[in-house]
Design a protein around this ligand. Structure first.
Ligand SMILES: NC(=O)c1ccc[n+]([C@@H]2O[C@H](COP(=O)([O-])OP(=O)(O)OC[C@H]3O[C@@H](n4cnc5c(N)ncnc54)[C@H](OP(=O)(O)O)[C@@H]3O)[C@@H](O)[C@H]2O)c1
Length: 331
């Protein structure tokens, strides 16, 4: 097997942004391993995507205990790819994982207890062959566990040296503020919040972004391309190898309906006038907000990755473009 040697030019073009008030810089585009890195996927393609990402300055890779399928297999495959060469650059990588969703049977296999979070991170480290992750997230709010317990578990994990920073995902504005206050008191400030955010899904604009700005917490939007809808791939129907067509994908065929695609067609025209692909415009649109630290994309091929990286050539929007986008979205 040929040893992986990263490009010497890897830091030449990628801009890095400070994550909230922390000391950590993240690339404007990060790569998520939710789909396309499980045991059901093509691992040569997965390895190529990771290597090409790092070659272009993507230093941040986002995982979770349940990514696959089957659950856990994305971490296992990522661990193997690290062992085959990329892992020699561990000090240049920011690796995150999460716990929150169902991982094993019984009462301790999901949600936000200290029991579950500590055990899950130990399992993740084992699967990836790592001593520590850079960021550990609570993956979803738990309505039944006291927030103090979940936040104390995050603080404990950092004190144990198993994670350097902690984050939360999909917490609403009110709970984010509460979590942030508890974590600051514990001495482990919340580094980052990972919400679902795209041109088509704007819930974060209803209070969450203000809290993140005020509290000095970074923001890394997930599903920025609406799982592929905000690209040109569904303009002529549903391709066989697309997420919407795959039985293992989380995008359902009925989400790619004519009403949605009509908007996508119009957004695509705006993107073309900007000399961008729609995927590039969707990434750039998120980066116009300086509270967004990094945009967390998923890709099923190296071509998609390179297309998305092209977004960084133009992240400025004029007033007319922004109004045109809003008009299409509200139609
Ligand atoms: N915290 C959470 O609860 C949570 C939830 C979901 C995701 N996430 C994180 O966010 C990451 C990204 O989420 P996502 O995968 O839904 O993101 P996304 O970027 O919205 O969608 C990725 C999909 O869009 C398509 N695509 C990407 N670039 C393209 C391009 N240039 N042209 C055409 N199609 C393109 C590909 O679909 P095809 O496979 O059809 O080619 C790709 O798999 C995940 O990997 C994960 O790390 C977190």
């Amino acid at each position: 097997m040929k040893k992986y040697i990263p490009a010497t030019t890897r830091y030449n073009t990628m801009p890095y942004r400070r994550c909230g008030n922390s000391g950590l810089l993240l690339p404007e585009i990060s790569l998520g391993l939710w789909h396309n890195f499980g045991h059901v996927d093509n691992l040569d393609a997965a390895k190529q995507i990771l290597h090409t990402s790092f070659d272009h300055g993507i230093t941040h890779f986002d995982l979770a205990n349940n990514y696959g399928p089957p659950s856990g297999s994305a971490e296992e495959n990522f661990g193997n790819i690290l062992k085959q060469g990329l892992g020699s650059y561990r000090d240049e990588l920011i690796i995150s994982t999460k716990a929150g969703y169902r991982m094993w049977p019984g009462p301790y296999g999901e949600w936000g207890s200290k029991k579950y979070l500590v055990a899950s991170l130990d399992q993740s480290l084992n699967r990836m062959g790592l001593d520590y992750v850079d960021i550990f997230y609570h993956h979803r709010p738990d309505p039944n566990t006291p927030l103090e317990e979940t936040m104390t578990a995050l603080d404990l994990i950092v004190r144990q040296g198993k994670a350097l920073y902690v984050g939360i995902s999909s917490y609403n504005a009110e709970d984010t503020l509460k979590a942030s206050i508890i974590l600051k008191e514990l001495g482990t400030p919340c580094l980052i919040h990972q919400p679902r955010y795209s041109m088509m899904d704007r819930w974060v604009e209803n209070g969450l972004m203000e809290v993140l700005g005020d509290e000095g917490i970074g923001c890394i939007p997930f599903s920025p391309l609406e799982q592929g809808i905000l690209t040109n791939k569904y303009l002529k129907g549903i391709p066989k190898d697309s997420r919407a067509a795959k039985s293992t994908g989380f995008l359902k065929k009925d989400q790619v309906n004519e009403t949605v695609i009509e908007k996508v067609r119009k957004l695509n025209e705006i993107a073309l006038k900007r000399d961008q692909s729609l995927a590039q415009m969707a990434v750039a649109w998120l980066l116009k907000d300086k509270r967004v630290t990094s945009v967390l994309v998923g890709v099923s091929s190296e071509e998609q990755l390179l297309d998305n990286l092209g977004a960084l050539k133009n992240t400025n929007f004029n007033e007319t473009e922004l109004l045109d986008i809003e008009r299409v979205l509200k139609e």
